[in-house]
Design a protein around this ligand. Structure first.
Ligand code: GDD
Ligand code: MN
Length: 363
């Protein structure tokens, strides 16, 4: 039996033509098609529901509250019954003509994963703008260097179209981190070169209706994943993101002080508090968009969050001086190491306090 898993968000106009196409293709197999829709406001679930009346092999999971692409795929795969699990986009961009070939390949070669690649020589890319195509190429390069060398020859680590052997991949599927878009990358990362993977070329069509859901937060999430993988998955992803945003704050502060001093001729001591508050505010806003986007604060909560963040961040200013002095006095007389120790402790404090006090939910 094969299970076809299709994640959807606002694909009301695309999903039924795709389902019809797929059903025709796989009619001779024992199959199920599972659509995982995040309660799309455009009524995707209603469309699928109507269509299901004619075909009992189509199943629908409607999740309440949007939870994201990777989490939808994971949920669909865990629910699926088939020996082979095939994932493809619900907008018709992955032309279904390759479904049979992918199934054939996974059976013949007994591989654990068959990727539908957009970047083999024989792949056809109709629906990727130059900007996206360049972005995907860079992302694929980063993915390649961060993954096991057994996967070095692959060309599309981020494809949304792939076929899995359930038996050999299920223990990794369970462990997949559900934020963002990068399901396949995560699977390759967690399996550390132990799975056998082959690729078949894909025809990547243009989207007919609606828009892509890929945004800056998803790109950021992917970069964090690369660093997470390169640092042996030791630090929580959010802590990495928080750290990078913190570094950006250093630049904001340096820029603001020189801006106020040079342009407005304000003296340094008066400029400094403004610069520090600007840096903290910029850190707060960026973290709200990127690091804590699943708990994103809005409107009044955003303002209250900012005040809390400023309190959280101001405590360690005093602590930093204390810790650095104590470290210098009692542990090491090296001023550089003393300062690094101070920064490390302040960073840990800021991260832990922000996660539980400003954005609450999880650490
Ligand atoms: N359930 C659910 N929840 N589905 C989602 C969500 C979500 O939050 N976000 C996106 N989807 C569905 C879309 O409805 C579509 O069927 C599929 O996932 C892919 O989303 P698109 O928004 O069309 O992605 P894309 O075409 O820009 O990106 C393609 O390339 C990426 C790599 O560059 C896709 O193939 C991605 O899967 C791939 O990672
Ligand atoms: Mn798409």
């Amino acid at each position: 039996m094969i299970s076809i898993v299709i994640p959807t968000f606002n694909e009301a106009e695309n999903i039924i033509p795709l389902l019809k196409n797929l059903v025709e293709l796989v009619n001779d197999f024992e199959y199920e098609i599972i659509v995982i829709d995040d309660d799309s406001p455009d009524g995707t679930s209603d469309e699928v529901n109507k269509y299901m009346k004619f075909n009992k092999r189509i199943k629908l999971i409607t999740r309440i509250g949007r939870s994201g692409l990777s989490s939808a795929i994971k949920e669909g795969l865990i629910f699926a019954q088939g020996k082979y699990l095939l994932v493809l986009d619900g907008d018709g961009q992955h032309h279904p003509s390759f479904v049979l070939e992918m199934l054939e390949e996974i059976k013949q070669t007994k591989s654990d994963i068959v990727i539908g690649s957009r970047f083999l020589n024989s792949s056809k890319l109709e629906g990727l703008s130059n900007k996206r195509s360049l972005g995907s190429k860079i992302a694929n390069k980063l993915a390649r260097i961060s993954l096991s060398k057994n996967y070095m020859k692959l060309t599309d680590y981020l494809s949304g179209c792939f076929c899995l052997d359930k038996e050999t991949t299920k223990k990794f599927i369970r462990k997949i981190e559900i934020n963002g878009f990068k399901f396949l990358y995560e699977l390759l990362s967690l399996s550390r070169g132990k799975l056998s993977v082959i690729e078949v070329p894909l025809l990547f069509k243009e989207r007919k209706f609606g828009n892509s859901k890929l945004d800056i937060a998803i790109v950021w999430d992917f970069l964090i994943s690369i660093i997470h993988n390169l640092t042996l998955r030791l630090l929580p992803r959010r802590a990495i993101s928080f750290g990078l945003v913190g570094i950006s704050g250093v630049f904001v502060q340096l820029f603001m002080t020189s801006f106020l001093v040079e342009i407005f001729s304000i003296d340094f001591y008066n400029a400094l508090p403004f610069a520090v508050i600007s840096a903290a505010t910029s850190n707060f806003l960026i973290n709200n968009q990127l690091t804590f986007r699943s708990d994103r604060l809005k409107n009044l909560a955003l303002l209250i969050g900012l005040l809390k963040f400023l309190i959280v961040a101001s405590l360690p200013v005093i602590a930093n001086v204390g810790i650095t002095t104590a470290f210098y006095k009692y542990i090491s007389a090296d001023t550089f190491i003393a300062q690094i120790a101070g920064i490390a402790i302040v960073y840990a404090w800021n991260y832990l306090a922000s996660s539980s006090f400003v954005w609450k939910k999880s650490i």
